[in-house]
Design a binder for this molecule. Structure first.
Ligand code: NAP
Length: 318
């Protein structure tokens, strides 16, 4: 490889959600002159939501995409070198770590902060994409509040679906839990909570066929969901105001497979109370290493931790 074409950085940040931008702000203010590759979806999962009301500092709430724009501006203010593009290859076997980007650049990085996030799994229906952010959501903690006193459905049968259904049951008039089999995958404790919550009704052996709604100019809202019975093929319909898809998340960690320790579903393992991975100088923050909380604020918190740890790591090397 032509050495002259290589760029060097003290800190390469991969990914641009709340974890990546917060890491950038802290790393830049510690004078690490971080370089960020934003990834496939600049701004991350929050760019697919509408209102965000649970992030401290926005007393009147804000829009997800606007919030990520604010994060980006703050990172730029401290001169983070933010690049549009993807890291396509990375060699973490020795320092400096060597990454290749899809803009043809090769980067030598003294430290790497992985903030590539996770992607919610979607059912894959065209109507699901059409109403995404307008009644279809993959996060009850983020969007449940908008459905107070209304009727919603949760799709899935795992712990996330059970947890979201019980969370929503406290806010909503009625919650349908739509599951494709006749038993839940969720832990027994979570199942008990579902079965003992009066306003949750489980619709067994059902999968959504189409989400229906109303459109008025740019405004859209969900009004119902058509279901197919997985055993009989029969169709039915329930009227709902919102649909929460809770069929799992996939951490965006493929790039690091075989190099970083991960759990069985691909979440990067970090040391307790730390963002350190199994490779010294490589840190992971946000949803790529967190399948429990998955909130913007917790992602931002671990982004801050990663930058502080990267700075301390570099100081210790001197
Ligand atoms: P999960 O355990 O993989 O469950 C996904 C659920 O979605 C399953 O019930 C699955 O059905 C269903 N599903 C998958 N694809 C579908 C599709 N295309 N259409 C309809 N349904 C579909 O995912 P998760 O619930 O997000 O949990 C992930 C991990 O985090 C688990 O290890 C879980 O225990 C953990 N977790 C723990 C907690 C907690 O301890 N408080 C909370 C949340 C998550 P089948 O059952 O038929 O496969």
């Amino acid at each position: 490889m032509n050495e002259e074409k290589r760029e060097k950085t003290q800190c390469l940040i991969i990914g641009s959600g709340p974890a990546g931008y917060t890491a950038a702000i802290y790393a830049a203010r510690a004078d690490l002159k971080p370089m960020m590759y934003q990834g496939l979806q600049p701004g991350g999962q929050l760019t697919t939501t509408t209102e965000v009301e649970n992030y401290p500092g926005y007393p009147d709430g804000t829009q997800g995409p606007q919030m990520m724009e604010d994060f980006k501006k703050q990172a730029e203010r401290f001169e983070t070198d933010i690049r549009w593009g993807l890291i396509t290859e990375i060699d973490l076997s020795k320092r400096p770590f060597v990454a290749k980007a899809d803009d043809g650049k090769t980067i030598e990085a003294e430290t790497v902060i992985i903030a590539t996030g996770a992607s919610a799994r979607w059912i894959g229906l065209p109507s699901e994409a059409e109403y995404n952010g307008y009644g279809v959501s993959a996060c009850a903690t983020c969007d449940g509040y908008f459905y107070r006193g209304k009727v919603v459905a949760v799709v899935g049968g795992g712990d996330t679906a059970a947890e979201e259904a019980t969370y929503l049951a406290k806010l909503c008039k009625k919650v349908y839990l739509i599951h494709r089999r006749d038993e839940l995958r969720a832990s027994k404790a979570m199942q008990n909570r579902v079965f003992h919550t009066k306003n949750i009704e489980v619709l067994w052996n059902k999968v959504p066929k189409e989400i229906t709604g109303e459109k008025e100019g740019f405004a859209k809202k969900v009004t119902g969901v058509t279901l197919t019975d997985t055993k009989t093929g029969e169709e039915s319909r329930v009227d709902i105001d919102g649909l929460f898809v809770a069929i799992g998340h996939t951490p965006n960690s493929d790039l690091f497979k075989g190099q970083l320790n991960m759990n069985e579903t691909g979440y990067v393992k970090t040391a307790p109370d730390s963002t350190a991975t199994n490779i010294p100088g490589v840190f992971a923050a946000g949803d790529v290493q967190d399948h429990v909380y998955r909130q913007a604020i917790t992602a931002a918190g671990t982004g801050c931790m990663a930058a502080i740890e990267a700075e301390r790591f570099l100081s210790a090397q001197e």
